[in-house]
Design a binder for this molecule. Sequence first.
Ligand code: ARE
Length: 456
Amino acid sequence: MRVLRSVAVSSVLLAAGVTVPRSSHVAVDHRPGVQLFQWTWPAIGRECPTIADVGFGFVQTSPPQESITGPAWWTSYQPVSYRLESKLGTRAEFAAMIDACHRAGVAVVVDAIVNHMAAGDGVGFAGTVYHHFEYPGLWTAADFHHCGLTPDDDIANYMDDRQVQTCELVNLADLDTSRPNVRDRLRQYLTDLVTLGVDGFRIDAAKHIAVDDLRGIVEGLPEGTVLFPEVIRGRGEPIQPEQYTEFGRQYEFGYARALAPVFSLVMPERLVGIHEGLLPSEEAISFVDNHDTERNGQTVDRRALAAHRLAETFLLADDYGLPMILSAYQFTNRDEGPPMDANGRVADAECGTEPWTCAHRADHVRAMIAFRGAVGDAPATISEHDRLAIVSRGDLGLVAINPGTADKTVTIPTSLAPASYHDLLGDSGASVEVTGPTVTITVPAAGAVALVRADG
Ligand code: ARE
C-alpha cells in the first residue's frame, strides 16, 4: 500500500519564474486521511509510522503559523505572523515532522489560514506585536477589507455574498485578497511550507475568499500540491462548494450531516440515496465529524460511542469521497484547548493517555481500512434490510451495520461470489459461507460485520 516517494531534492517552478526547492514529497492518493487536531509536531512525527501501518495516506495538521496566545484551541485560527513558531512547535520541529511522515510514506496536509488575521491587539506566541489592522512589517490597514455593509463590519447574513466575502468572520481582520501584495505575501507563506515538504493545504474559511482571489493566491504552487478548500454547504446560501471545485476536493458537510440521524436516531433507510445532491465522489472529502462539528452538534455526537463507531464504519465501507477520520481530545466545554505547559506549549499527544482519543488507532478503523484494501474499487451499493444498513462492494465484500438495540440474524440477497468469507470486525473467527444468491449473517446490536474473502 505504500506510495513511492521522491526522496531527491526536487525543484519546482512558480508562475513568477522562481524555483522552489522541495525537500521531499508524498502524493495524497486514495488512502484515507486523519485530522490530528491540536497535535504537536513531535507527536505527529512519532505517530506517522503507526498511521502508515493502519493504512492512512495523509495527516492533516492544525495551523502552524504564529497565533494569538491563550488556553482555547481556537487561538490557532488567529494568525499574527507567518513564522512557524506556535503552541504546536517550532519551525525545526515542523520540518522534522514532515521528514518523519514522509519516511513513513505519509503525506502532510496543513491547515492554511489565508482569509484573515486576528481579532484584537496583543503580542503573539513568538513575540510579534499586532493590532487589529496593523501588523508592523507585514500588513497595514489598507491590506484589509472594511466592508461597510454591517454596523460592526462583521458578517451578519450568509445569504449576502458581499458580506460573506468582504466583511469579517467573527471579527477576524479580513485580508483584502484582491490586492496583489496581499496575494504575493500569502503565496510566499504557502511556498515556504511547500519548501519544507508540505504536500497540501486545507484552505480555512475558503468560502470567505472570492474564487478569483483564491486562484491568485495559489497559482504557481507546485503540481501535486493538493488543496482542500473549506466551503461549508449552507442551505440557500449564494456561495457553495460547487463554485470552488477547480481547486480540489472539498469537505462535503452534507454527507457528514446526513449521517447524524442514521446512527443517532437509528434510521438506516436514510442511507439509501445519501450521495444525492452532494459533490461528485471524486471532488469530495467524506467525514463523520471535524473539529467544528464535534462542538456544534451538526454531526454524530462523539460521546454516543456506538453511534459514532458505526458512522465511521459506514464512512469507510462506502466508496464516496476521500474519507477522513478526526483524532482529537476529549473536552467538556467548547473552547477548552488541549493540555499545555506553563509556557503555553501544547503537551505532546500520547495514545492511551487522557484526553487524547487516538481515534485513528481504533480497532474498527484499522479493520475497515483493511476492508477497503480488500475490496479495492468495487462499487458500493447501499441498501436497508430489516433495520440493518448494508453496503455491498460488488462480489468482493459486504458490510452490515446494526444501529439498533437487538442482535439480528438475517438472510439477504448478495452479490458476493460463492466462497468462504470472514468478518474483519468480529473476533469469533467464524467464517460465513456463500453458496448462492443469498447470505445469512448475524449482526450484533450496535455492531457491524465486514465480510471479505477468507482466501483473499
Ligand atoms: C473566536 C471566538 C469568537 C470571537 C473570535 C474573535 O469563538 O467568539 O469572535 O474568536 O475573537 C475558530 C472557532 C471560532 C473562533 C475562531 C478564531 O470556531 O469560535 O472565534 O476560530 O479564533 C463559518 C465559516 C467557516 C468557519 C466556521 C467556524 O464559513 O469557515 O464559521 N470554520 C473555520 C474553522 C474554524 C475557525 C475559523 C474558520 C476561523 O474550521 O475552526 O473558527 O479561522 C453556516 C455557514 C457556515 C458558517 C457557519 C458558522 O453554517 O454556512 O459557512 O461557518 O454557519 O456557524
